[in-house]
Design a protein around this ligand. Structure first.
Ligand code: AMP
Length: 495
């Protein structure tokens, strides 16, 4: 983020500065730099930015400054497409407002009892965050009044459209007072969203953020569906096939970084772990060694790899799928640095497919399915590499002694050179034999049984739903039923 501008330079008030300081924010993100002054000035705004760019604070901070605490009526209304996003945004407002007195944030969404929502409104919440359907219910009952509304924010506009909420959104926009400030955020700008902006926003300032997820476009992304216990072998095969100068591997736990790094070392890779249990000195040393080429692979946790910037990294492997989108974007952003292209692989166990879908949805990018390199792929690769070494040797070395020895051998054994060569090849192949026995990765993928589709709310990452202690491919662990291996096994989500 490299900007020397601080939140204080953006005229953010003291109590808010303290709150963002508590959250560990040091510098504003690009969207915050651009949006905060616009919203503080009371202008309308169109912000093209994705989740993970810091867009919530970009609107929450300036809008909190425009709220009059002693006025116990809704002054800021944020429309969010899902309950989860509403909760997230409401929570963020609360975090930022923690040093502001008498400020109430109310989150309203369908599926929840009306009682607490009505009470919250009666008690004079100044900031309301909600999903469109339930907000309309409250509007129609007269429980939610918008006459004193100063700012209306439409968050994730394209998502609203995708979910069929656009009519509700229009109704709410139309119910806002004419002089109400309006801000629209959307990751993409499909025509109907543009139209809404055109109809309801007044001379808006447009901000487009080449977000963290935009860098993703220079990175080819793949996922591999496999069983947990297949990960160690799959990793070795991938690393062998990909031949990148340096790779970063992400695991969920600190213990796994050590185990995976050790597994790689045993297989002949120059690898090391990078995790929060290591001293600062050790961590820095690992990164320096990775940069200099003394190491080629670092196995890290999300926390330890924060901000890691090593140009040599051409490959990122998500050994364990991240449970949230933001770490995924951060992880794969460790490759493709300085405008180079990069490659990212994501290991997905059958039970984790929904996380994959969420990542695709939020980043707006498709992750292509691929499979673990097969034995024939490895054989081809190893043979290619062997040939390259052979050609280099023949070009560089004086082999006259060996030629004479060879001639003598053929004479003494009565074998032809082409009969001798295979045996020599066998002896010369080293630790990675040219022949790779067929195994589990060579079987044809079996599509999973079709499952009836349940109607679900578009998922948001819910960290609590996942067993974070889930074992990772090493050491005795419980296994689930037979996996469903499939190349094109994913039902498309209505996009
Ligand atoms: P958002 O795009 O609003 O979902 O924010 C993504 C994440 O970035 C959230 O976890 C925020 O807490 C965090 N965040 C927002 N602004 C900053 C900042 N200026 N510095 C560090 N983290 C931030």
């Amino acid at each position: 983020m490299g900007s020397a501008i601080l939140f204080a330079d953006l005229k953010i008030s003291g109590p808010l500065l303290r709150a963002v300081g508590d959250l560990g924010y040091v510098e504003p993100t690009p969207i915050q730099l651009e949006a905060i002054p616009v919203l503080l000035a009371g202008r309308d705004l169109i912000g093209q930015a994705q989740t993970g760019t810091g867009k919530t604070a970009a609107f929450a901070l300036p809008l909190l400054m425009r709220v009059e605490a002693d006025l116990g009526v809704p002054q800021v209304l944020v429309l969010a497409p899902t309950r989860e996003l509403a909760l997230q945004v409401g929570g963020a407002f609360q975090d930022y407002a923690k040093y502001l007195d008498a400020l109430h944030v109310l989150t309203i969404y369908g599926g929840q009892a009306y009682g607490p929502q009505l009470r919250g409104l009666r008690q004079g919440a100044q900031i309301v965050v909600g999903t469109p359907g339930r907000l309309i219910d409250h509007l129609e009952r007269g429980a939610l009044r918008l006459d004193a509304l100063r700012t209306l924010v439409l968050d994730e506009g394209d998502e609203m459209l995708r979910m069929g909420f656009i009519e509700d959104v229009e109704k709410i926009l139309a119910a806002a007072p004419p002089n109400c400030q309006k801000a629209l955020f959307s990751a993409t700008m499909p025509a109907p969203i543009r139209e809404i902006a055109w109809r309801h926003l007044h001379d808006p300032v447009e901000i487009r953020i080449a977000s963290k997820t935009a860098t993703v476009e220079t990175i080819s992304q793949y996922y591999i569906l496999l069983k947990e216990e297949q990960k160690p072998e799959a990793l070795l095969r991938l690393l062998e096939m990909e031949e990148q100068p340096a790779a970063l591997i992400f695991t969920r736990t600190k213990a796994a970084t050590v185990e995976v790094a050790e597994h790689l070392r045993k297989a002949g890779f120059l690898s090391a772990a990078l995790n929060g249990d290591m001293s600062q000195e050790l961590r820095e040393s690992a990164i320096t060694r990775l940069r200099s080429g003394e190491l080629n692979i670092v196995v890290a946790t999300d926390v330890a790899a924060r901000g890691l910037d090593v140009e040599r990294i051409g490959l990122v492997i998500n050994y364990d799928i991240p449970l949230d989108v933001e770490p995924y974007v951060h992880r794969i952003g460790r490759t493709g640095r300085a405008g180079r292209s990069g490659k990212a692989f994501l290991f997905v166990t059958p039970g984790e497919r929904r996380y994959l879908k969420i990542i695709e949805r939020v980043t707006g990018q498709r992750i292509e399915e691929t499979r673990v390199p097969q034995s024939s792929d490895l054989e081809r690769k190893r043979t290619e590499r062997f040939r390259a070494r052979l050609e280099q040797l023949m070009a560089q070395k004086d082999l006259s002694f060996y030629r004479a020895t060879c001639e003598r051998l053929t004479e003494e054994t009565g074998l032809l050179p082409e009969e001798l060569a295979p045996a020599l090849l066998y002896m010369a192949q080293g630790t990675r034999p040219l022949r790779v026995p067929k195994g589990v990765f060579d079987r044809a993928p079996v599509p999973p049984p079709a499952r009836p589709r349940r109607k679900v709310h578009p998922p948001q990452m819910q960290k609590t739903q996942v067993n974070r202690k889930k074992a990772h491919g090493f050491k005795g662990q419980e296994r689930k039923k037979a996996p469903s291996h499939g190349r094109s096994s994913r039902p498309e989500r209505g996009k």
